[in-house]
Design a protein around this ligand. Structure first.
Ligand code: FRU
Length: 487
């Protein structure tokens, strides 16, 4: 594996020509995705600035152009009319100011109907590499390029650690105010959220206080990428706690969790009505962000990063890695969060192929076990003789799915664990799976739980096995992302 120097990781991109060949090379990789957003070159991580604006979905991703490494971060811009067919729009934000000299880190966007307002973290470092984060603004210009404000909106609060970033902006109709939630860490290294308020988007921001979440005063060491939305009268708070191990997550110290409850904007208290839950139970899912302005009080649309901060993936040797998850719809059903792939995904469904043990490289699989009260096994990406693969076993008595990826030829991140478990509230009655060239996403029981992971099957591993008696339908998925070089 290549060792990157700081100079290499933080090199400024002067011209697209510097990475054209890299793009040509990686676009030939057998692991390039066909209906998932992926980096034009190098590394993609968090989804950023996700919003519906004038009928167009805008999404940016954290992008390091040079290779599969976390270094100087840009925002790369993609757009879509339907959340499924995405077009590369080029660099959205680049580190061209002193206050963001070492990267444009994560953030969000909001549309007021006329303009799209972008809030991001300017990651400044001085010559001694001491970090100062700034919360910065930009407005999408008529040419589709964000124009940065001349100055940051506000700087760091010295009574918290340097970890203050990932502004999530929201409008609160009751208070007639905008709020920004910032992922943060206290000086005694506890994860938290800082809240700012203003009646205008581009000025007047003042610190309102620290978010209080009773019962979660000591829960992880930094809460990255906070997101809050009200769904059918219930508040949903999503964040990515770090520096902590959590039950059922093996050795991983990065997680994406959610709480359902009530947010009081007077006391800045989020009162959970449930225990925390994992947003996704898979090996690789993080920093998820919901889109602003979806126009439906009962629904949010969310995208996550298929990847984890400290993980390494087999395409690293090809100088790229990362992918966005499929956009999913979030709703509340019987007091629970339900996540399903957006309905528009059906437009990609192609030819049905026989469920004969072979797997197309990009497909949708619908599985109905014969009896929700019985154990059930499903192994994807096995060899022709049924050995190896990504194996799932459902224990009906415990209502627990166990996933084991150690049988795959290309193994990765064994140090954080190759076996994970996922409890279900109901017996296992349905699975909907989306396979692309280097990812797999499972949705269980019509949205009760999801499991997202990278997977890199070799040519011999396009087979599956399942407990007999199950109803299985496989349809090929048509491509919806073009691997174009737009920078
Ligand atoms: C989450 C994160 C964010 C940060 C960004 C930098 O993966 O660490 O907190 O803004 O990535 O790329």
């Amino acid at each position: 594996m290549k060792e990157w120097t700081r100079e290499e990781r933080y090199k400024v991109l002067q011209s697209p020509e510097e990475i054209r060949e890299l793009h040509e090379r990686i676009s030939k990789s057998v692991y390039r995705q066909t209906y998932h957003i992926q980096p034009v070159t190098g590394l993609s991580s968090d989804p950023n600035g996700f919003a519906l604006h004038k009928g167009i979905w805008h999404l940016f991703y954290q992008w390091c152009p040079w290779g599969a490494v976390h270094g100087l971060k840009y925002w790369y811009h993609v757009t879509s009319e339907d959340l499924i067919h995405w077009t590369n729009a080029g660099v959205g934000l680049k580190p061209d100011r002193d206050y963001d000299n070492k990267g444009n880190h994560s953030g969000s966007a909001i549309s007021n109907g006329e303009d799209l307002y972008i809030f991001y973290t300017g990651n400044h470092r001085d010559e001694n590499w001491v970090r100062t984060p700034y919360t910065c603004g930009a407005v999408l210009g008529k040419d589709g390029m964000p124009e940065k404000l001349p100055e940051p909106l506000f700087g760091l609060r010295p009574d918290y650690s340097e970890h203050q970033r990932d502004p999530k902006v929201i409008w609160n109709e009751e208070k007639k105010k905008y709020f920004i939630f910032i992922g943060a860490q206290t000086q005694d290294l506890r994860g938290t959220v800082l809240i700012y308020e203003s009646s205008e988007l581009l000025k007047g921001w003042k610190f309102a206080g620290e978010l209080k979440v009773p019962g979660y005063e000591k829960f992880g060491g930094m809460w990255e990428c906070p997101y809050i939305v009200n769904l059918s009268g219930t508040d949903l708070l999503i964040f990515s706690p770090q520096y902590t191990k959590l039950p059922g997550r093996a050795e991983s110290t990065n997680h994406n969790v959610y709480l359902l409850g009530h947010m009081d904007y007077d006391t800045l208290t989020f009162t959970p009505e449930t225990d925390y839950q994992y947003l996704d139970f898979g090996f690789d899912f993080y920093a998820a962000q919901g889109a602003a302005n979806v126009g439906d009080p009962d629904k949010a649309v969310l995208i996550g990063w298929i990847g984890l901060p400290d993980n390494h993936y087999p395409t690293e040797e090809e100088d790229w890695e990362g992918s966005m998850s499929l956009p999913r719809e979030l709703r509340i059903r019987n007091g629970k969060l339900i996540q399903t792939p957006v309905a528009e995904i059906d437009s990609l469904l192609g030819e049905e192929v026989p469920a004969d043990g072979n797997l197309p490289a990009a497909c949708e699989i619908r599985v109905k076990p014969a009896d929700a009260g019985q154990d059930f096994d499903l192994a994807l990406f096995t060899k022709a003789d049924g050995s190896g693969g990504l194996r799932m076993h459902y224990d009906a008595e415990k209502k627990l799915c166990t996933f084991d990826k150690s049988g795959m030829t290309k193994r990765f991140n064994p140090q954080v664990g190759e076996v994970l478990t996922m409890p279900l509230a109901e017996g296992l009655f349905s699975i909907r799976i989306f396979i692309d060239r280097s990812s797999v996403e499972y949705f269980f029981n019509e949205g009760e739980a999801s499991f997202t992971s990278h997977s890199y099957p070799t040519e011999e591993e396009f087979h599956y096995t399942a407990t007999p008696g199950a109803e299985i339908r496989i349809r090929k998925m048509n491509p919806s992302v073009e691997d174009t070089f737009v920078v």
